[in-house]
Design a protein. Structure first.
Length: 562
């Protein structure tokens, strides 16, 4: 059977089967949490978002314009996935179709994940396009190749920030690029094309850098971060043969400047994220951009250097079987008692149950960007995510949804009754996605678009060993801010370190603060001791207990030795 696929005329058949399976999977698998979140991106097209650049939103917008369902959300990903395979095939100089298909058969991530509407798919494609154009640029520094190189780098950056690593390691593999003026012209073109996103980051106080470099970091190292990363890489590139593909890619000797760039990118990316595990948890999929370098190098190791392909021949059918079973499970929950990626099942049921409870009211979900996204996609009703300081921020912290919700009657839905404090009228709803605690709020108010930005890095230490921090006040609303009639919102802060978490409320009315350009907040250390702490300013407002404050500032580090 393998011999059947060695002929070039059957390549189109392989691509056709690949695409048909992906389209089927895309149309009949319910959305994962992040896919729904990125679909909401596409309803608010912009030059940037809190989590990612805008490429994923644009692709979803285009596909959803054709089909208002899961297939529309994922249509662009299927096309890019096919384009990745075609370009990768063209980049291999000494091709053996049998080896190429064996490697693909063992890589379940490309078969199952090739239709998911996540930023990794456009990153893989544009990274492959970047390598394809870079090879042409090495052969001829023509104006055409210079323009295309600059364009490909910009498209890669617009897909996901991790693409910067590929350019860095490419330059590191070939320092003579720094002496080519047309390479610098390509860099200028990339910078000009990427400038709108950079300006978006600047105008929003660089929230993506703040989150990924500060907020996301763990307070302490744990060995599980590193072990999970290593195991994740082996499983990511093939549940049975991923380790062998990586080994062959590492082992294959370099032949020429282009392959040096592939090897530097492969090793550099893997090592970079390995060291990143010392600062926090690293997602396994962050390295998927090395798919093309890994495929080319592993393929060349087998074809050019005679590495054994027997393990691939013996296991390809088992890998396909595992993929087929997983494909069926993604469409049909035939293991209802086992919670394996429950987010892809029963979304219509739980969102319908919440919609019935809401009775036409907007729904405000506490500390979840996934739930409101799924709710809006599957019901078509309005929803919002309100994030408190203990949780992470999301793009919902930047949209102007609150302006339309002020003073309205809403249903507040939370994962724990704690969010409602002593308030009455709280009920619970059991669903396939867990338990929802709900309460109808007659007049809703929250203030995520008001930000307090530290005005400097030097702080005043008071006689009682407290610290006075001056924050600039930024009002991000397009309309006059409205306040509840029952109780004026107050600003406060949360301070924490490795061993302790304590909240201290600062009694100052938000309505008074908004009349000023800056505000001084007095911060006390937990336990009256100083050291390394992180601080966030926030706003409390009904109907939540005073201990719950929303995200209203970046994380500020304090390292005070008394």
């Amino acid at each position: 059977m393998i011999r059947f696929f060695t002929k070039d005329q059957y390549k189109n058949l392989v691509w056709a089967v690949w695409v048909l399976l992906a389209l089927f999977q895309a149309g009949f698998t319910q959305l994962m949490d992040d896919e729904a979140y990125y679909w909401v991106y596409s309803r608010h097209l912009d030059w940037g978002y809190f989590d990612h650049p805008p490429m994923i939103a644009l692709l979803i917008k285009a596909g959803y314009a054709l089909f208002h369902n899961e297939l529309g959300v994922r249509l662009g990903m299927v096309a890019l996935n096919l384009g990745t395979l075609v370009l990768t095939d063209k980049l291999i100089p000494q091709k053996d179709n049998r080896v190429f298909y064996l490697l693909l058969a063992g890589m379940g991530v490309m078969q199952l994940g090739g239709m998911l509407a996540v930023p990794d798919l456009p990153l893989i494609f544009f990274a492959t396009l970047y390598f394809y154009i870079y090879r042409g640029f090495l052969e001829s520094q023509s104006w055409k190749n210079t323009l295309l190189l600059g364009l490909s780098m910009a498209l890669m950056f617009y897909s996901k920030y991790h693409g910067v690593l590929l350019v860095f390691f490419t330059v590191l593999s070939n320092l003579s690029l720094l002496r080519l003026y047309r390479f610098w012209i390509a860099v200028f073109i990339t910078t000009a094309l990427f400038f709108p996103h950079l300006y978006w980051q600047y105008s929003h106080d660089f929230p993506s850098l703040q989150y990924h470099l500060v907020e996301r970091n763990s307070n302490r190292y744990h060995y599980s971060h590193t072990l999970d990363y290593i195991l994740g890489q082996v499983l990511l590139f093939g549940p049975l043969v991923g380790w062998l593909i990586l080994y062959y890619a590492f082992r294959t000797p370099i032949a020429g400047t282009f392959e040096r760039a592939l090897k530097f990118s492969l090793v550099g990316v893997l090592v970079f994220f390995l060291f990143s595990t010392f600062k926090g948890r690293v997602e396994a999929n962050w390295t998927v951009m090395i798919f093309t370098p890994m495929m080319i190098l592993a393929h060349q190791g087998i074809v050019r250097h005679g590495y054994s392909a027997k393990i691939f021949q013996y296991t390809w059918w088992l890998s396909i079987l595992i993929v087929c079973i997983t494909r069926v499970y993604m469409v049909w929950d035939f293991l209802p008692g086992v919670r394996i990626r429950p987010e892809i099942h029963h979304n219509r049921e739980w969102t319908a149950a919440i919609a019935e409870k809401a009775g036409g009211r907007p729904v405000v979900f506490m500390n979840s960007y996934q739930r409101p996204s799924k709710y809006m996609f599957y019901t078509g009703n309005e929803a919002y995510s309100l994030n408190t300081i203990p949780s992470r921020r999301s793009q919902y912290n930047f949209w102007h949804t609150e302006e339309d919700l002020w003073g309205k009657e809403v249903l507040i839905s939370a994962p724990d009754k704690y969010y409602f404090g002593p308030y009455e009228g709280v009920d619970s709803l059991n669903t396939s996605q867990g338990r929802f605690f709900n309460r109808v709020e007659k007049e809703y108010y929250s203030y995520s678009l008001i930000q307090f930005v530290p005005a400097g890095k030097s702080f005043t230490i008071n006689n009682d060993k407290s610290i006075t921090v001056r924050f600039a006040v930024k009002n991000g609303y397009n309309v006059p801010v409205k306040f509840p009639s029952s109780k004026s919102p107050e600003i406060g802060y949360t301070i924490w370190n490795k061993d302790d978490l304590k909240e201290e409320k600062y009694q100052q009315s938000l309505s008074e603060v908004l009349t000023q350009d800056s505000v001084d907040i007095v911060i006390y250390s937990p336990g009256a001791t100083w050291g390394e702490f992180k601080v966030k300013a926030g706003i409390t407002a009904p109907p939540y207990p005073s201990a719950l404050m929303t995200h209203n500032s970046p994380v500020m580090k304090l390292d005070i030795k008394m």
